[in-house]
Design a protein around this ligand. Structure first.
Ligand SMILES: C[S@@+](CC[C@H](N)C(=O)[O-])C[C@H]1O[C@@H](n2cnc3c(N)ncnc32)[C@H](O)[C@@H]1O
Length: 112
């Protein structure tokens, strides 16, 4: 069966709701990502977090010493995440960008 799901208006959603109320909000590093980093013995590197909102994974990775570029559709969500990063003293490169038509001109690969 081929069911199409309506996607939300992401910008409106992040303007109207607290990120903490969103089902995908996880203030800690995702356990699968944590496990993968351990298995790969990765402690610091550059990383790209696409669709980062609310930015918790980017923040958690930056806290571990990763150099993060984090992109998302919603300018509002980016601003909120940016404020949080500033409060925590974390230097993350936040960019408002569409995965489907991205404007990134940086390369990300396993050689850093
Ligand atoms: C389910 S949330 C996951 C958020 C985040 N990756 C996390 O793990 O907490 C999906 C996110 O992708 C973003 N998104 C959806 N379509 C996008 C697109 N075309 N370009 C960039 N971000 C997009 C949404 O704004 C939303 O915040």
């Amino acid at each position: 069966m081929n069911q199409r799901r309506e996607l939300p208006d992401w910008e409106q959603l992040y303007q109207e709701k607290n990120v903490e109320s969103m089902p995908w909000f996880n203030p800690d590093l995702d356990p699968d990502l944590d496990q993968a980093l351990t298995q790969l013995n990765l402690h610091s590197s550059t990383a790209l977090d696409l669709g980062t909102e609310p930015g918790t994974q980017a923040l958690a990775l930056a806290q571990r010493g990763f150099q993060i570029t984090a992109t998302a559709l919603s300018a509002t969500a980016i601003q909120k995440a940016q404020r949080l990063a500033q409060e925590k003293g974390l230097d993350i490169s936040w960019k408002q960008d569409d995965i489907l038509n991205n404007t990134l001109n940086q390369e990300f690969n396993d050689e850093g």
